[in-house]
Design a protein around this ligand. Sequence first.
Ligand code: ATP
Ligand code: MG
Length: 267
Amino acid sequence: MSASTTERPVIRVESVTRVFGGGRGRVLAVDDVSLELPPNTVASIVGESGSGKTTLARMMLGLLRPSAGAVYYAGTDIATYDARRRRQYWRSVQGIFQDPYSSFNQFFRVRKILNDAFHLWPQRPARREREERMAAALALVNLKAEEVLRRYPFELSGGQAQRLMIARIFLINPAVLVADEPTSMIDACSRASILEALMRLREEQGTSILFVTHDMGLAYYVSDALYIMSKGRIVENGPAQRVMENPQDPYTRRLLADVPRLHEEWL
Ligand SMILES: Nc1ncnc2c1ncn2[C@@H]1O[C@H](COP(=O)(O)OP(=O)(O)OP(=O)(O)O)[C@@H](O)[C@H]1O
Ligand SMILES: [Mg+2]
């Protein structure tokens, strides 16, 4: 199932700004941010709570309009898409969020949630293949098909729901995955296995992943490139190793001061 990675398009954020509200309640959530996510790359946006990470992620997913600047996919400003093209975009660029329950229809069983992913395929596989692929995707995130397929999302734990989201991504095979704190509800032990599953997504399908996290250790562990975000701005970016070993910005150094647990916890 390995995908040709060279044909997968680049997603590029150019001088994007987002303002909420006006007058004295005005919030500059994202302030002139640019970044590029080439194919087959894992990058992380790291910053403390309220730094604008989710707002940026939502703009990249086309769920929120920038106040200024633009998001380009394969060279086209995604704000210019019509409804049909927008649906195509959402097949290619998938998001997973902090609150996993919000991404599922609560009235559908897990089987239907996963089965519906095949509607996004150019050609829907036969029933037997769908069953096999669903079971394989669930196994990749350490869920047992016979245990979860019959359940409703609200019958899953937070961690199970987050793993289900990732299983669904495996079935959709997007070019880009924007993952906003995808492991926030998972204990450290199963977190490692989820991260491994996400890395497999990149290896096997060439998916580029943008991680959004406040956890510098996690970001370093999974990323090629790091973007450090503070108060709506990217204060530093570069190859993960360089940013970790030789941070230039005082804010990055502050984030790094929290990381000594990195090695016990992640490796
Ligand atoms: N819909 C909205 N209306 C008004 N203000 C908003 C809205 N969404 C976000 N904000 C504000 O924009 C700023 C950035 O929020 P955002 O959710 O992007 O931060 P974050 O980095 O994702 O934080 P966290 O790590 O807590 O998830 C915050 O000050 C937040 O209160
Ligand atoms: Mg957030």
